[in-house]
Design a protein around this ligand. Structure first.
Ligand code: ATP
Ligand code: MG
Length: 801
């Protein structure tokens, strides 16, 4: 092992050290939030490279987002540059001038990290496909070339819709393309083919989905395109079928590292296994002599089951990657038990909350920080006052600051729809903010247009992109013309692009309308001349000029068109940056990056701004102050989850993720009335999660039973209820009317926390919290493995034990 001067080790505890120094064989690190899993993973990569002379070319590191990959690369640069400074110049890092530090980082980047593959599963495996997709043999004879386009959700849905309504002549109202696309996607995430679906089909609808799946693949192949799911599924099939390809990647990626392993799905898991195993038989016992697999995760933070993530994969790690039959499996497990992120009050709150889940592996997570402040509850009248309360808090915490620090604040919400009101309030107070994962930069119209040009240049079979730009900017090509040409292309079974270039058949089919088409093909053919010798940035510039797109925007001269031009400039900047950062700087690679960028990475956000994002997007991040908003039954936990214990547990994990993002302060807010989805403002019930955090950790205002605390008016009498057995009778009747019919055995009983009861459906339970009082009371009841529910004691079929 090389001498390292401790930059890699001196900020780590013993367990982290053990993980970082682990070189060969499998290792699982399981630990709660903020315990330094990601840090250990990053330092381990640096130690493989610096301390063990492992070529970065042999390392594959998987992160959950592009942003996380970027940050990890940045940290690696600094860690390795620190070592370099010391080893080569004998100078400690801190004594170097900033300009020299930057120079060293650049050296490290160019000389040592170019060949390190680090990114999300999607970006890594789309890269693999750019090398090897032409070696894939499809059972149905479908083919793709390495210039394939990547279709986003909208493009894919366009194809599915076409298949349903045109190919299969079905009614899209009965066979909703969105739903069918989702079912196909689910199948792909579980590594199932259309034949698998057909075999499993229980009814006609299932059979139709299987058929649509089959045709959808054919159509994708015709367009030389892949959807997001294919980027993982195709590599699985390719690696399974082709020994040479599998062996190549197996020999290359000797060290695999995966962050957030709890959110891995079956397809991703299969990929990891195929590369680790290579051509070894039997597959179960790998040869670990010169390789390793290192995964870190926390089952309590598994929040993507709706995307087929399965945390049993984390639990099964030791069994899956044994070193031998007699493996002492404990040797491949390290637990980190200290939290370095949050104050201990915050951590206690998060730990108490998550203890309400029954499906979990017990673990220890101790605070290393002081108690800190209590969590603050903001009980608000409605969503507008909630937003105001939050902005007020942010302002007042910055009050004594000449230069306000906005970047220390994050506002988290369950659904994107909640952001609008929050934004309005921030705008009113002139507080800069950034929506993380809002409208994707690459979803903007002008960006999609420019990218579509680029896609067609690289991949002339991509009809979805071709049809998008054929008349943009306007060239007088009408819908009927396009339809005729499409029909011709189908009838002759030649790609649309070739039809467009066949002047004679054009004249015959569409006569004078061919003028516009000729204009289009001229531009494209001119641009094609530059394809070979230009990078993506120059090509984009040429596209915008030669197509007339830019002059079109210039001539309209509106504020909106100015905005669009700025965005296009930003796109060119992104392409330039891509060329600088990658070795090949090729157009295909840039197109993959563009398709897979899921946040506003490309836009230069104000670095000092409040962050707004969904709870899902907050995973892995940390902030000084965190607001968790909309803590109401039906919103958070979501409506769908309330009656399904496993879903409710996932919502609780999401809340655990949210709380554990905070270093210093947590604010929990709920509104007593809320207007969502543009409907009527309705009364709400506070979230059950509020009742699961010990009261002594929360500052004031918790909705409580009568007495001294401020009574929370739940407006229960204004709620309306629906009887599931007899929906029409009770719809929209005030709750009092319903109440009379239901006045059950619990009438008149005054409940207290700790009371045991029996529910006709959920069985035995215990009251863990009481909301409101008198006529307006609700009970939070914990029912063993059925999870917790909020009940109205006058309506629920419960009796006292
Ligand atoms: P999450 O589960 O939320 O992804 P994590 O386990 O990956 O969290 P990290 O993000 O790696 O945790 O670390 C959390 C914070 O604790 C970071 O600010 C990190 O720098 C700090 N940290 C980690 N380990 C140590 C340590 N040994 N000493 C001091 N600080 C540490
Ligand atoms: Mg992490």
């Amino acid at each position: 092992m090389h001498q390292t001067n401790n930059f890699l080790f001196n900020s780590l505890n013993n367990q982290q050290l053990q993980a970082v120094k682990h070189v060969y064989g499998p290792l699982l690190v399981v630990a709660g939030a903020g315990s330094g899993k990601t840090k250990a993973l990053t330092h381990r990569i640096a130690n493989l490279i610096e301390g063990n002379s492992i070529d970065p070319y042999n390392i594959l590191a998987v992160t959950f987002t592009n942003k996380a990959a970027k940050e990890m690369k940045g940290r690696l640069e600094v860690l390795l540059a620190q070592e370099l400074a010391f080893n080569q110049f004998g100078q400690p890092w801190t004594t170097l001038k900033e300009i020299d530090q930057n120079q060293l980082r650049t050296n490290v980047h160019q000389e040592r990290l170019q060949n390190l593959w680090i990114g999300t599963f999607h970006s890594l495996f789309s890269r693999l496909l750019r090398y090897d997709i032409e070696k894939y043999t499809d059972p149905e004879g479908l083919k793709w070339t390495r210039q394939f386009s990547i279709y986003d959700e909208t493009d894919s849905q366009t194809l599915v819709k076409e298949i349903i309504s045109q190919d299969m002549s079905l009614d899209p109202k009965r066979y909703d393309p969105k739903k069918i696309k989702r079912l196909i996607s689910n199948a792909k995430n579980q590594c199932l083919t259309s034949n698998d679906l057909l075999e499993k089909a229980e009814n006609n609808f299932d059979k139709t989905v299987a058929e649509a799946y089959k045709r959808y693949r054919i159509s994708l192949s015709k367009n030389n395109s892949l959807d997001f799911d294919d980027l993982l599924l195709l590599p699985v099939f390719l690696l399974r079928q082709n020994d040479i390809v599998r062996d190549y990647w197996h020999k290359r990626f000797k060290h695999i590292l995966v962050d957030e392993y709890q959110d891995t799905n079956r397809t991703q898991y299969e990929l990891i296994k195929l590369i680790t195993a290579g051509n070894t038989e039997p597959k179960k016992f790998f040869n670990w002599e010169d390789r390793s697999i290192f995964v870190v995760g926390d089952a309590d933070q598994s929040i993507y089951s709706f995307r087929a993530a399965d945390f049993r994969i984390l639990i099964g790690f030791q069994e899956d990657f044994k070193t031998s039959i007699n493996d002492d499996t404990n040797s491949s497990l390290i637990k980190l038990e200290e939290n370095y992120r949050s104050s201990s009050n915050i951590l206690d709150a998060a730990n108490s909350l998550i203890e309400n889940n029954s499906e979990r592996i017990d673990k220890v997570l101790k605070a290393t920080k002081e108690k800190g402040e209590l969590l603050t509850l903001l009980s608000c009248d409605d969503e507008i006052s909630e937003a105001e309360a939050i902005t007020n808090k942010i302002k007042s915490l910055n009050n004594y600051n000449q230069n306000p620090i906005w970047k220390n604040f994050a506002i988290l919400y369950r659904t994107r729809a909640q952001s609008r009101v929050l934004e309005e309030s921030l705008v009113r107070w002139r507080i800069p903010y950034t929506i993380f994962g809002g409208l994707r930069f690459y979803d903007r119209r002008e960006i999609k247009d420019a990218i579509a040009y680029l896609k067609v240049l690289v991949n002339s079979s991509d009809n979805v992109s071709l049809l998008r730009i054929i008349n943009v900017p306007r060239r007088g090509i009408g819908k009927t013309t396009i339809q005729k040409l499409n029909e011709l292309s189908n009838r002759l079974n030649i790609p649309l692009w070739e039809v467009l270039n066949d002047k004679q058949s054009l004249e015959e089919t569409i006569g004078r309308s061919s003028k516009g088409i000729n204009k289009f093909t001229e531009v494209m053919n001119d641009l094609l001349c530059y394809l070979e010798n230009s990078g993506p940035a120059q090509l984009l510039q040429l596209i915008l000029e030669k197509s007339g797109y830019l002059s079109d925007l210039l001539s309209s001269g509106t504020e909106e068109s100015e905005d669009r031009r700025n965005n296009l400039q930003e796109l060119i900047n992104a392409a330039t940056q891509y060329e600088e950062e990658t070795e090949s700087g090729d157009v295909e690679g840039f197109l993959s990056t563009a398709a897979l960028t899921t946040d506003n990475d490309t836009k230069k956000n104000n670095p000092n701004s409040v962050t707004l994002m969904t709870l899902h997007n907050s995973k892995g991040l940390e902030f000084q102050n965190v607001f968790i908003t909309g803590l109401e039954q039906g919103l958070f936990p979501s409506h769908r989850s309330i009656d399904t214990p496993s879903l409710l547990e996932e919502e609780r994990r999401l809340c655990y993720v949210g709380i554990t993002r905070a270093k210093e302060r947590v604010f929990l807010s709920h509104a007593r009335e809320r207007r969502l989805w543009g409907g009527m403002r309705e009364a709400t019930i506070p979230s059950i999660f509020l009742s699961e955090i010990p009261e002594d950790l929360i500052d004031g205002e918790l909705p409580q039973t009568g007495g001294a605390s401020i009574r929370r008016d739940l407006h229960l009498d204004r709620l309306t209820r629906v009887d599931r057995n007899n929906p029409n009778e009770f719809v929209n009747k005030p709750i009092n009317a319903v109440r009379k019919l239901y006045s059950g055995p619990s009438k008149g009983k005054s409940w207290i926390v700790g009371d045991k009861l029996i529910h006709s459906k959920f069985g035995k339970g215990e009251i863990i919290h009481i909301f409101g009082s008198g006529e307006k009371i609700s009970l939070a009841v914990k029912f063993g493995d059925k999870g917790s529910k909020i009940l109205d004691p006058r309506l629920a079929p419960i009796r006292y034990v």
